[in-house]
Write a protein that binds this ligand. Sequence first.
Ligand SMILES: CCC1=C(C)/C(=C/C2=NC(=C\c3[nH]c(/C=C4\NC(=O)[C@H](C)[C@H]4CC)c(C)c3CCC(=O)O)/C(CCC(=O)O)=C2C)NC1=O
Length: 188
Amino acid sequence: MLDAFSRAAVAADASGSFIGGDKLSALKAFVADGNKRLDAVKSISTSASCIVTDSVAGMICENTGLTAPGGNCYTNRRMAACLRDGEIVLRYVSYALLAGDASVLQDRCLNGLKETYAALGVPTGSAARAVAIMKACAVAHITGTNKRFGDTANNNLLDQGTSKDPAGCQSLASEASGYFDTVVSAIS
Ligand SMILES: CCC1=C(C)/C(=C/C2=NC(=C\c3[nH]c(/C=C4\NC(=O)[C@H](C)[C@H]4CC)c(C)c3CCC(=O)O)/C(CCC(=O)O)=C2C)NC1=O
């Protein structure tokens, strides 16, 4: 498992070079934006159960066969497993966002997941749809536009006044989006 710093060290070591130039500037930016990053992680984690349930509910509304006999969310046990998987994915995306690196997500969550889903008959198109809705929810929380989703919890970055920098929120939102995309490509 790597973070932005260990990733730079490993890359530099591979070429026997010192860390300088662009690499160092990128790490400087990582440090300078540290509080914003922590706020972005918090904006996801404080709304995690809302994000997960909304996404799985949305996925099922679009495909009600999932909860009918023969569907992969049929029976409470499978429904619970699906919600739990959503929570696992969101949790590992939040770790990746904290670390500024996808390796924790890749190594501990996505490694072998496609094969597990194939073995259990979990429909990956539906799983990918739930992940896509989680991505939209998470981006809305990070950028402070979640009121459009009727959320009045007021726990987004801009409303709290913790970040007056929409552009900074935008780059963290794009980074988070990339981690959700990584999940979708790993299971597709
Ligand atoms: C640490 C990382 C980690 C991951 C990622 C993980 C995933 C994971 N999901 C599983 C099952 C499952 N996953 C789902 C998920 C879904 N079904 C659907 O129709 C939807 C598309 C989707 C929810 C979005 C379901 C229904 C099962 C149970 C399948 C079964 O037993 O028939 C299983 C099999 C064992 C079990 O049932 O607990 C694993 C290992 N476990 C882990 O420890």
